[in-house]
Design a protein around this ligand. Structure first.
Ligand SMILES: [Zn+2]
Length: 302
């Protein structure tokens, strides 16, 4: 299964001439999950060639404008494009009334169903299919702010082809071998499971930590992410304003990545005061060397 993340927006609060507000796309073999939907997200989706029709699940971390203002435009475009299939939105319940209010004036009917999944104020599994699950957890911000984890489900062991060709196991035996059983025949032949199977690849994990101050209670929940996105709105010297606005500094993000054993840290949600971002990257790398800067259009394959 392909598993990639594309960054659509990296700016906090105010957009700049080259930085859009928050939005990221997770592509799981052409199933598209959208995380946050700041102003201009639909233009970014077009620019980076994400197919609108593949977007069936949108996750909104919290109700600060730079994380959801683009949603009204995107939903409206879906209607104008003749969308018929349902759209699932994961958000706090207040967002529904904002969307209902908008559409009251736009359309008699938008032509497709919006299925709302209201986010709890605690950790919870919110989506699951055959190969992947999405769960939420709580960050530490001025209003309820949910983080998200997209995680592959553990895959089954694979059985070696040579074994199948030689011994022709039954379907039931194949099922049991994939679960870890040895291969045993009535006449006493026994082949140990590790000789006839190949270990599956480790499940991959992406974590989206939108607006938050430094909070250690998330460390256990987000542990061992292949890719951890963590906001780093401010440089370390702006610690006072970071604390006041319940945002993180570069060092906060790097410490969370280090303590949670992330493979790669992606930092973003940069304050518009920073024209150059390399000093922010250098700060984070002083603690967590495997840090990269979010950039509009950046795609990371997990
Ligand atoms: Zn916020």
């Amino acid at each position: 299964m392909s598993f990639s993340v594309t960054v659509l927006g990296t700016s906090s609060a105010l957009p700049t001439s080259d930085r859009f507000p928050s939005a990221q796309v997770v592509n799981l073999s052409e199933r598209i999950f959208l995380f946050d939907c700041g102003e201009g997200t639909q233009m970014q989706l077009r620019k980076f060639k994400v197919r609108f029709s593949r977007i069936n699940h949108i996750f909104i971390s919290h109700l600060h404008a730079d994380h959801y203002l683009g949603l009204f435009g995107l939903l409206s475009s879906f209607a104008l494009m003749g969308r018929k299939h349902a759209l699932h939105i994961y958000c706090v319940k207040e967002l529904k009334s904002l969307i209902d209010f908008q559409f009251k004036y736009f359309f008699d009917s938008i032509g497709y169903e919006i299925v709302y999944h209201f986010l709890p104020n605690c950790s919870s599994l919110i989506y699951e299919d055959n190969s992947v699950k999405v769960s939420t957890f709580i960050l530490n911000h001025r209003i309820q702010c949910n983080g998200f984890i997209v995680e592959e489900k553990p895959k089954e062991k694979k059985i070696r082809k040579e074994f199948v060709a030689e011994y022709k196991p039954t379907i039931k035996e194949i099922v049991n071998i994939k679960k870890g059983d040895d291969y045993v025949r009535e006449e006493g032949l026994c082949i140990s499971n590790n000789e006839i199977t190949i270990e599956p690849e480790r499940p991959r994990k992406y974590v989206y930590c939108s607006d938050t101050s430094y909070i250690e209670s998330i460390i256990d929940v987000i542990r061992n992410a292949d890719l951890l996105y963590h906001e780093a709105t401010f440089a370390a010297k702006e610690q006072v304003i970071a604390t006041a606005t319940q945002h993180s500094t570069t060092l906060d993000a790097a410490n969370i990545a280090s303590k949670s054993n992330a493979k790669t840290l992606l930092i973003g949600h940069f304050s518009s005061r920073y024209k150059k971002l390399e000093p922010l990257l250098d700060e984070a790398r002083s603690i967590f060397p495997q840090t990269i800067l979010a950039k509009e259009g950046l795609r990371i394959d997990l």
